[in-house]
Design a protein around this ligand. Structure first.
Ligand code: ADP
Ligand code: ZN
Ligand code: ZN
Length: 802
């Protein structure tokens, strides 16, 4: 295709001082390969790897990304056989490079690994502010569309060296105020005007005299007061625990040798993992390098950020989804300019322009939020491992409940040629001990006639917290269990007309809402509790499932008035700073109970919490998912870890109807092996990850029959590709059978058969670890071609198979 598209329309016979490999920005997987262009002398100094350029492509002008440069054409990828006289020039430089050094190699790898268009992967590395677009001006020239956000600057006032001895006249009250305000250093005009109402005329007077000067300075938005939580100001410990020392030794030896190892810190909650990250980063900064720390979005709280800021101050940039576009741009520029050398952020922070990256840390490594839900559907852990290998620096993973993937790789000692090691940190520092766990059997409570939300042990615990003026955290995990209406007579549950999901009932508005498409149904056509069932007309429509609101209400009934009750769920944290404000209120309170969904389980470190309650552990255990056990264990262990982090011992009460489940027993005894051994063995036997890779191919469309026909064709083509590999050196062995090829399961309708009026089908590919499915799936997709009205998504290492 190269020679065909590069038809000799350009000035023939030209030779260039430099040649560039350019990835065309077209969201098509088929056009992923880069094309060669010439760089004219005028641009040779300014075009870099990562530059955004304008090129002609066929009969169009398009934008593209430079991924490689060479003075010798044949040394560029995919340009070996190209005739230099047919190479067209780059027409314009649209934007200079703003990428980390690893961007090109990582993009190529991701594109292949995750069956994604290369341009899509490259875009991850571009500055925030939306995908760049090409604009054609009236005069026929092309520009990048102006970004919606701009850099902002502020004016700062400072005293000049000559002005140091200036003594204001006796009656110049305002001048004295200004000089006093500036005595400790420069202050922005905005702050001065806030403090002293309008100072501008005084500033003008004194700057004419040469006493003060005004400078324009880049202002960084998004550097809020993240350090305001008192408990965030943790000083570095004087002595490290044995576990911490072992972890740091492992990291330091990698740093020294420039080895790209993966080091799993398998440490109970509160064992001091964050302290290890902080010390390791200190070392990396001393080497003149930079560090990137990923934390799950949900635990990217003021508290977490505060701990990094209190150690590294203004060197820390932060990325999370609650930043505005302008704030995000400023954080990005801080990194780009080198002002920030430590980045703390959610998964996409991996792609920010850190130069000389020397360490990546992924905290709570097992968290599902590290997997991106839209294309490219990458897993941050795997991208980071690739970057570490490429850059020769360590990747540190931390978890109290490591993923099955990490455990299996550590057990093997390596994964795809990269060393994986583990350091265990089974103890908490100092006097802090693991909390006592009480399993409260709800079957017995029920048999004894109790109908309360709170079992006896939990009730007693809460009253004790109130009496001793301590703090408690109550988890009400509602994942997949929102309140809905159910007919007690016929079992009918009102469902959405567009999706096949049951509707969530909202008590305040008496409305039923679809959480897939957002459709809201008012009492008509579906009735409120007490009115008739849409199917059988019965009057016994009852509400099922408790909300956090009801737990809060029940709590208010039993707790004395001096106890603050704070609720944290999707509804109460809608505002930009709501999350932070609720945690601050909990932090500041004398005696409080924090009630919340899974968002409270992670990362909070409040030493005064002595009781943690789980309203019902069974919702987590009974999810229809091969990772349900792992996830339930993680959730329970994490929330239990919120108790007893300070000097006083903590207690955890877990309410359940399934007290003998291996997960519950493991949490109760603090012995993870009770369930991990069982879980890993089950997965190996049933061919589930981490022993095979799962790829979910989803097809959706408005016409049910056409969608079904399309996925049948696609699955058949993929099967054929795999069959043709049988017996070749690309064949793989499943269950020790060297003739076996990857397996295609399905196609079948999805569990969620219809969403937003689209019919959904999928098939699942099971393939060996280390095998790239992209060739087969790409091949099948281009063989069949796209079909209008039908969408396809390919999710490699899928989490969600529904
Ligand atoms: P994790 O990240 O494993 O949950 P943290 O690093 O947050 O653990 O540590 C838990 C608590 O113990 C924090 O308050 C921290 O300041 C404290 N801590 C950590 N390491 C030490 C140490 N070596 N000596 C004393 N206290 C420590
Ligand atoms: Zn009914
Ligand atoms: Zn719907």
């Amino acid at each position: 295709p190269l020679t065909e598209i590069q038809a000799p329309t350009g000035p023939a016979g030209t030779s260039y001082p430099l040649y560039a490999s350019v990835v065309i920005d077209i969201p098509s997987r088929a056009l992923s390969d880069p094309f060669a262009y010439g760089v004219e002398a005028a641009y040779a100094d300014d075009i870099d790897e990562g530059s955004v350029v304008l090129v002609s492509f066929g009969r169009r002008m398009v934008m593209g990304y430079v991924v490689a440069l060479s003075p010798i054409l044949s040394e560029l990828p995919a340009a070996a056989d190209l005739d230099p006289s047919k190479v067209k020039p780059i027409r314009d430089l649209l934007a200079p490079s703003s990428c980390s050094e690893l961007f090109a190699s990582v993009s190529f790898w991701m594109s292949r690994e995750y069956v994604a268009a290369l341009s899509e992967c490259l875009r991850l590395f571009l500055p925030p502010g939306g995908t760049p677009r090409l604009d054609k001006a009236d005069d026929g020239t092309y520009r990048l569309k102006e970004p919606a956000v701009h850099a902002v600057s502020e004016r700062v006032v400072s005293i000049t060296p000559e002005g140091a001895d200036y003594a204001p006249p006796a009656n110049a009250h305002r001048q004295r105020q200004l000089i006093e305000a500036l005595s400790c250093g420069p202050v922005s005009t905005r702050e001065l005007n806030l403090l002293y109402t309008d100072m501008s005329s005084t500033i003008r007077t004194l700057s004419k005299k040469g006493v003060v000067r005004v400078d324009e300075r880049r202002a960084w938005r998004g550097l809020g007061d993240e350090t305001t939580l008192s408990s965030a100001r943790v000083a570095a410990p004087k002595t490290l625990t044995d576990g911490q020392q072992r972890a740091l030794q492992e990291i330091y030896s990698c740093l020294q040798a420039g080895r790209g190892d993966v080091i799993l810190i398998d440490g109970v909650t509160g064992s001091g993992k964050t302290e290890v990250y902080l010390s390791a980063i200190e070392r990396v900064l001393k080497q003149g390098k930079t560090a990137c720390v990923l934390v799950p979005e949900i635990s990217l709280t003021a508290q977490t950020v505060g701990r990094f800021r209190s150690r590294f101050g203004g060197l820390v940039a932060v990325f999370h989804s609650r930043l505005s576009a302008g704030e995000r741009l400023d954080q990005w520029d801080m990194v780009k300019s080198g002002a920030a050398r430590v980045v703390v952020g959610a998964r996409s922070a991996l792609f920010c322009p850190l130069r000389d990256l020397g360490l990546i840390v992924i905290d709570e490594e097992h968290e599902q939020s590290y997997k991106q839900g839209s294309s490219p559907r990458y897993h941050a852990r795997d991208v980071a491992a690739f970057m570490a290998k490429l850059g020769g620096f360590p990747l540190v993973l931390g978890s109290a409940t490591p993923s099955a993937e990490a455990l299996a790789r550590v057990a093997a000692g390596e994964h795809l040629g990269q060393r994986w090691t583990r350091v265990e940190m089974p103890e908490r520092p100092g006097s802090s001990v693991l909390p006592r766990v009480v399993i409260s059997d709800l079957r017995r409570e029920f048999a004894a006639g109790s109908r309360s939300i709170f079992s006896k042990p939990l009730y007693d615990g809460l009253i004790r917290v109130a009496e001793r003026r301590e703090k408690a955290v109550l988890l009400h995990n509602r994942r997949g269990f929102a309140p809905f209406l159910l007919c007690r007579e016929c079992g009918c549950v009102p469902t959405c007309k567009h999706c096949s999901t049951s509707l969530t009932y909202h008590e305040r508005t008496h409305a039923l809402e679809c959480h897939t498409c957002g459709a809201v149904y008012h009492i008509n056509p579906y009735p409120a509790p007490g009115s008739a069932c849409p199917q059988c007309g019965s009057r016994y429509l009852a509400k099922m499932g408790l909300g956090t609101q009801q737990v809060e209400d029940a709590l208010r009934q039993i707790m004395p008035a001096h106890v603050d009750i704070i609720r944290m769920d999707a509804d109460s944290t809608k505002g930009k700073d709501a999350h932070k404000e609720l945690l601050e209120a909990f932090d500041a309170s004398e005696c409080a109970v924090l009630v919340g969904t899974q968002m409270i389980a992670k990362g909070l470190d409040f030493p005064e919490v002595t009781l943690v309650g789980v309203i019902n552990a069974d919702y987590a255990l009974k999810m229809p998912d091969f990772r349900a056990q792992e996830r339930a264990y993680d959730l329970l262990e994490q929330v239990a870890g919120r108790a007893g982090r300070g000097a006083s011992a903590g207690e955890v009460v877990i309410q359940t109807y399934l007290p003998h489940d291996p997960v519950i027993r493991a949490v109760a005894t603090h012995d993870r092996s009770i369930f991990t051994a069982h879980d890993l063995a089950q997965r190996q036997e049933a061919f589930y990850p981490p022993y095979v890779r799962l790829t979910n191919v989803l097809v959706w469309g408005t016409n049910q029959a056409a969608t079904k026909r399309y996925i049948d064709k696609l699955a058949a083509a993929v099967r054929q590709c795999f069959d043709s590999l049988r017996g070749t050196d690309q064949a793989w062995s499943l269950a020790g059978d060297p003739t076996a090829a990857p397996i295609v399961l399905g196609p079948t309708p999805c569990v969620l058969e219809r969403a937003k009026d689209r019919y959904r089908f999928h098939f699942v590919v099971k393939s060996p670890v280390g095998y790239h499915v992209s060739e087969a799936i790409d091949g099948a997709l281009s063989q069949i071609g796209p079909q209008p009205g039908i969408n396809v998504s390919v999710d490699v290492d899928a989490y969600d198979l529904m």
